[in-house]
Design a protein around this ligand. Structure first.
Ligand code: PMP
Length: 377
């Protein structure tokens, strides 16, 4: 009997009450019930974003919020720094270019994280840059970036720090207010345990001042409209109301656990996963791995694509493979969202078994034992 288990860095599994909420009859998005729902969700998101700033939502995937950041903060011809250490950092650059914004890329080898000193020297050399676009967890490699260090560089300069926390929100620490991050974007289908289709953004005063000056074209993604409506528990356009009901359930879980504990849980799952992978004898791909997911460099002698396919088709276990030039070379195991220690034990034990089945000589159980040792400490 096949049982499907999802260990991808989005979408992530949904808690049962979120699934049930979406099975209820659909409601009118301008009803009093919807107003209460929207206000409640936006209030609880502040806890997850670790901010007192308003959080707003868009009915788009995470990329919609990234595009909204560019379109709302900048002016035509502005210069920005873009940290490119994988597919999603590259996406910041592509969006900026599409909007006529000049990018100064800071390219980092995939698997590495940006050195804050590199950002500092670029800021010194180009004091005119309006913003730095960064990624909390570069999901394509599993690398975590030191956003706190980057914020120390930008918060006393006129340059804004804009962070893609699409995958890592709720898993890796991001203290928007304490660190002084100007804008954070995220989405529903990762740490927030909700299906794809909602994106979120939080902006501080400096970022809203930039919005007031921005002259780039925008309509659906105009954040002023989403912000104003959200404050009233309303929306400018028909929202994914069904997803909001699921999100409310997921946020109730995070708020009950407390965001600090949620992040600590993700850290424990990540530490156990890394320890297991090392015990199996495989290298981690990221130099500074995130809590969100673990990227593993697969042994050269195995066909990485065939491994991912085998796990899904034979065992019902979905890991993510590598993207772009890493296709077939790495596997990515997410321990993100509605996950606990037992999930990691399954993810690791199945991983070992799959490696053995595909012909890689590994002692069965080494990874599972290492993970359980972390959990019994
Ligand atoms: N940024 C990061 C770090 C991501 O992980 C993803 C999704 N994997 C995105 C952006 C894009 O989000 P979406 O696919 O929801 O548009």
């Amino acid at each position: 009997m096949k049982k499907s288990l999802l260990f991808t860095p989005g979408p992530t599994p949904l808690p049962p009450e979120a699934l049930l909420a979406m099975a209820q009859p659909i409601d009118y998005h301008r009803s009093e019930t919807a107003v209460t729902l929207i206000k409640d969700v936006l209030q609880k998101l502040k806890h997850v974003f670790q901010t007192e700033n308003d959080v707003l939502f868009l009915t788009t995937s995470g990329t919609g919020a990234m595009e909204a950041a560019v379109a709302n903060l900048l002016c035509c011809g502005d210069k920005v720094l873009v940290i490119r250490s994988g597919k999603f950092g590259e996406r910041w650059g592509e969006i900026c270019t599409a909007y006529g914004v000049e990018i100064i890329p800071i390219d980092v080898a995939w698997g590495n994280s940006v050195a804050p000193e590199a950002v500092e020297s670029h800021l010194t050399a180009h004091p005119e840059v309006k913003a730095v676009f960064a990624t909390l967890c570069e999901t394509s490699t599993g690398a975590l970036h030191d956003i706190e260090a980057l914020a120390r560089l930008t918060r006393h300069r006129p340059t804004l720090l804009v962070v893609d926390a699409v995958s890592a929100l709720g898993a890796d620490d991001l203290q928007m207010d304490n660190w002084g991050v100007d804008m954070v974007v995220s989405c529903s289908q990762k740490g927030l345990m909700t299906p794809p289709g909602l994106a979120f953004a939080a902006l501080n005063r400096r970022a809203w001042n930039a919005v007031a000056r921005s002259n780039l074209p925008k309509y659906y993604l105009d954040l002023r409209k989403a912000h104003q409506s959200g404050l009233e528990g309303s929306v400018p356009y028909t929202p994914a109301i069904t997803l909001l009901t699921a999100l409310q359930c997921a946020l109730n879980r995070i708020c009950a656990e407390g965001i600090r504990n949620t992040i600590a849980r993700h850290n424990r799952l990540a530490v156990a996963t890394r320890s297991a992978i090392k015990a199996i004898g495989l290298p981690l791909f990221a130099m500074s791995p995130a809590n969100t997911l673990t990227s593993i460099r697969l042994p050269e002698e195995i066909d990485g694509k065939a491994f991912i396919k085998l796990m899904r088709e034979k065992h019902g276990i979905t890991y993510a493979g590598g993207q772009s030039h890493l296709s077939g070379k790495i596997a990515r195991i997410a321990h993100l969202g509605w996950m606990n220690e037992n999930d990691v034990i399954i993810a690791i034990s199945a991983f070992e078994r799959g490696l053995a089945e595909i012909g890689y000589d590994t002692p069965l159980g080494a990874g599972g034992t290492a993970a359980q040792e972390v959990f019994t400490r």
